[in-house]
Write a protein that binds this ligand. Structure first.
Ligand SMILES: Cc1cc2nc3c(=O)[nH]c(=O)nc-3n(C[C@H](O)[C@H](O)[C@H](O)COP(=O)(O)OP(=O)(O)OC[C@H]3O[C@@H](n4cnc5c(N)ncnc54)[C@H](O)[C@@H]3O)c2cc1C
Length: 349
C-alpha cells in the first residue's frame, strides 16, 4: 500500500530522535526508518553534557545556549514519555599529573568564563586516588539515552510513524520537488545515519573524521555520591551501583566491535583511579563517532537536491548539540529561520 508523508527521517540515534521530536512538535507528518539494532553510537555514549572538556580545559562550543536548551528538551520529552531522562549533576575532575594542575591555574587566570563553570573540588571521594587535587565542573548533565531512544521509538510505533528497516539508498528516486522511496512519497528525506553516512552516496564525501570509541559498564559498590568523576576516564553513574567507564578514541580502525586492547586500556585506567574498591565488569561496548575535521556538525540540504537533507557530524557531543540544532533545522525546513553558517554543510565544499 502506498503512503504519502512530508518527511522521511533515516536513522534513530540521538540525531534522528531529536529531528523527529521537533517534527512531531511542529505538527508535521513523517516516518522514521531505522533497523533497531542493539547498538549505535548514541547507545554506546556516556550521555554526559560537560561544559569544560579536554586537556586544555576548553569551554565547549556554544555551551551557554546548548546546555539550558538541552535540559529543557530532555525534561519535556521525559514528561511526554513518563520517564526520568536527565540527571543534573557535576563533574569532579582530579588532576592526572602536575601539568594538569598548571593548565588549571593558567585557565583560571586568563578565562573570563571560568567562574561560571568551575568550583573548588566539591567531593574528596576517599575511594578515588586524589593526590594532586582537582576541581568541580558545574552544571553538567547525564542523559539516559537508551531509555530516551527506546521510549521515543515506542511512541513512534504507537503513532504509526516508525518503520523497522535499513534504508536502501539505491531505491530512492528524486522527483522534481519531492522523492519516492519504494512505496512512500515524501517532500524530503532527512539523513541522520551517524557513521552509516559512509554508505550514503550523496553525503559520504563530506570531511568526516570518524573516531571509534569503547567503554565499559562496571559495578562499583561504595562510591558516593552518585555523580560524575573524571581522572583519565569518566565514571558516570547509571543507578544501582552501575557506572559507565569511558571512553577511548581511535581514528584508525577496521571494525566497530569491542577490542581486547581497549578493554585492557580502560581497566588499567580504572584501576589507577579507584583505591581499595573492587569493581565487577558487566559489559564492554564500542561504536564509531561521526566526527568532522573542524568539529562542527554538518547540517542542511544537498547543494543539488534540495529534497535531501543531512543531520550529522555530531562528533563527541551528540547529546548537547542535537536538541538545539534539530530545533533550528526543523524551523529552517519550514522557512521559519536560518541555519547557522558554521554548521552548514556547504561550508566544506
Ligand atoms: C564511546 C563513546 C562515548 C561517547 N560519549 C558521549 C557523551 O558522553 N556525550 C555526548 O554528547 N556524546 C558522546 N558520544 C558521541 C555520541 O555518541 C554521538 O555524537 C552521537 O551518538 C551521534 O548520534 P547520531 O544519531 O548521529 O548517530 P548514531 O547514534 O550512530 O545513530 C545513527 C542511527 O542511524 C541508523 N542508520 C544508519 N544507516 C542507516 C540506514 N541506511 N537506514 C536506516 N538507519 C540507518 C543506525 O542504525 C543508528 O541507529 C560518545 C560516543 C562514543 C562512541
Amino acid at each position: 500500500m502506498s503512503r504519502s508523508t512530508q518527511y522521511i527521517v533515516v536513522g534513530q540515534g540521538i540525531g534522528g530522535t531529536m529531528v523527529s521530536y521537533f517534527l512531531h512538535k511542529a505538527g508535521l507528518d513523517f516516518v522514521v526508518i531505522d533497523p533497531a539494532l542493539p547498538s549505535n553510537a548514541s547507545r554506546v555514549a556516556g550521555g554526559v553534557i560537560n561544559p569544560v572538556t579536554g586537556k586544555k580545559l576548553a569551554k565547549s562550543w556554544r555551551i551557554d545556549e546548548l546546555h539550558p536548551f538541552a535540559l529543557k528538551i530532555y525534561q519535556e520529552i521525559g514528561d511526554l514519555l513518563g520517564k526520568e531522562l536527565v540527571l543534573q549533576t557535576r563533574v569532579h575532575r582530579y588532576h592526572s599529573n602536575p601539568e594538569d594542575a598548571t593548565k588549571f591555574d593558567e585557565q583560571a587566570e586568563t578565562q573570563d568564563w571560568f567562574d561560571n563553570y568551575i568550583l573548588p573540588l566539591q567531593i574528596n571521594e576517599p575511594a578515588i586516588n586524589n593526590t594532586l587535587g582537582g576541581f568541580t565542573i558545574s552544571p553538567a548533565l547525564k542523559i539516559y539515552g537508551e531509555e530516551l531512544m527506546d521510549g521515543w521509538r515506542a511512541f513512534l510505533i504507537q503513532n504509526g510513524c516508525f518503520l523497522e528497516a535499513t534504508f536502501d539508498h539505491s531505491q530512492l528516486e528524486t522527483l522534481a520537488s519531492s522523492i519516492r522511496y519504494k512505496d512512500i512519497e515524501a517532500q524530503k528525506v532527512i539523513f541522520c545515519e551517524g557513521w552509516g553516512v559512509q554508505h550514503n552516496p550523496w553525503f559520504k564525501d563530506l570531511p568526516f573524521n570518524a573516531a571509534k570509541g569503547e567503554a565499559l559498564i562496571v559495578k562499583i559498590v561504595g562510591l558516593l555520591p552518585a555523580e560524575v568523576y573524571l581522572k583519565g576516564v569518566f565514571l558516570v553513574p547509571l543507578g544501582n551501583n552501575l557506572y559507565y567507564i569511558g571512553s577511548t578514541n581511535e581514528w584508525v580502525f577496521t571494525d566497530d566491535k569491542p577490542s581486547a586492547h581497549k578493554l585492557e586500556e580502560l581497566e588499567r585506567k580504572l584501576q589507577k583511579v579507584l583505591i581499595n574498591l573492587p569493581y565487577e565488569l558487566i559489559a564492554h561496548k564500542a561504536a564509531v563517532r561521526p566526527a568532522v575535521k573542524n568539529r562542527r556538525p554538518l547540517i542542511g540540504p544537498h547543494p543539488e537536491h534540495n529534497q535531501l537533507w543531512l543531520f550529522n557530524g555530531l562528533g563527541t557531543k551528540g547529546y548537547s548539540l542535537s536538541p538545539f540544532f534539530a530545533n533550528q533545522m526543523v524551523a529552517a525546513l519550514q522557512d521559519q529561520g536560518n541555519l547557522d553558517a558554521e554548521i552548514l554543510l556547504s561550508r566544506s565544499r
